[in-house]
Design a protein around this ligand. Structure first.
Ligand code: CP
Ligand code: NVA
Length: 310
């Protein structure tokens, strides 16, 4: 495939997303048998540029890059890099391009990623979460769905904020033919341009996409129920308001009584217990959240191996 940037899930075709997931499942099996070593990234150097905190994304990329044989992996913390403040984004990107082959970047403003891609010519740029999308999360999540259901032709219900995670899930669902319903409070729908794009893609794959404001309606025939924090990183000052607005959208036992008995519960983590999800549901038998977290490693290794070796 060879792609120089992965900023949105739609940077991959539907076939490429399926190929990444297929490869990720193979890498996972191999790793469980004790075989972790690859040489695809031998001699290559990477920078992890993070403007926000991270456990899963940072760790899974650091471990994954090493397992693929990368020679050098450097983490640049928010206080080190101060993108656009210590120096302009274009200077940071063009400097990095002289030393490293790829940048894995977590940013507040998606336009920073676009600029990094556009001012460079060779640098591989991967979105490790922006205000617009979290595409690496979506790859791992659809791997998890595929492992559980054996197909992408399922119904995924997202309960909560129409933000980055929901955007990437909606776009991936549209691309793979997965039915997707988001239940959110009025005013917290996905961004119009993202939803319109998702609808356009879905018109080709047959995925049914819906926005509703009643979480019970969303979960009633869902095989997977997904939620994310109500206040994302950078929205801390809205947290109290959002707690009130989103209160009817908690994923709890009462809500799951309206879903099929074998429904699985998903969350990208970190979770705020007692807010978007209860402890009981998060830790209960229907939860696949740790599988999702593990799959970040496999899906990202598969993505990088395809981006670098075709
Ligand atoms: N899900 C996820 O991206 O987790 P981190 O913020 O810990 O990387
Ligand atoms: N929507 C959340 C996802 C965290 C992985 C955020 O942006 O903070």
């Amino acid at each position: 495939m060879r792609r120089r940037a992965f900023l949105s899930v739609l940077d991959l075709s539907s076939e490429e997303i399926q190929e990444v997931i297929h490869r990720a499942e193979g890498l996972k099996r191999r790793r469980r048998e004790g075989d972790r070593r690859d040489t695809i990234l031998e001699g290559k150097a990477f920078a992890l540029v993070f403007e926000k905190p991270s456990l899963r994304t940072r760790m899974s990329f650091e471990v994954g890059l090493r397992e693929l044989g990368a020679t050098s992996v450097t983490y640049l913390a928010p206080q080190d890099i101060r993108l656009g403040k210590r120096e302009p984004v274009k200077d940071v990107a063009r400097n990095l391009e002289r030393w490293v082959d790829g940048v894995i970047a977590r940013v507040f403003d998606h336009r920073v990623l676009v600029e990094m891609r556009d001012v460079t010519t060779r640098l591989v740029v991967v979105n490790a979460l922006s205000d617009l999308e979290h595409p690496c999360q979506a790859l791992a999540d659809f791997q998890t769905i595929h492992e559980v259901a054996g197909t992408f032709r399922v119904h995924l219900a997202f309960i909560g904020d129409g933000n980055n995670v929901a955007h990437s899930l909606a776009l991936t669902a549209a691309s793979l033919g997965t039915d997707f319903t988001i239940a959110c409070p009025e005013g917290y729908e996905p961004r119009r341009e993202v939803w319109e794009k998702a609808l356009e893609v879905a018109s080709r794959t047959g995925a049914r996409l819906k926005i509703v404001h009643d979480p019970r309606e969303a979960v009633k025939d869902a095989q997977f129920v997904y939620t994310d924090v109500w206040a994302s990183m950078g929205q801390e000052e809205e947290a109290e308001l959002r707690k009130r607005v989103f209160a009817p959208f908690q994923v709890n036992e009462e809500l799951l009584r309206h879903a099929p008995d074998d429904v699985r519960v998903m969350h990208c983590l970190p979770a705020h217990r007692g807010e978007e999800i209860t402890e009981e549901v998060l830790e209960g038998p229907r939860s696949v959240v740790l599988e999702q977290a593990e799959n970040r490693l496999h899906a990202q290794k598969a993505l990088l191996s395809l981006m670098f070796s075709g």
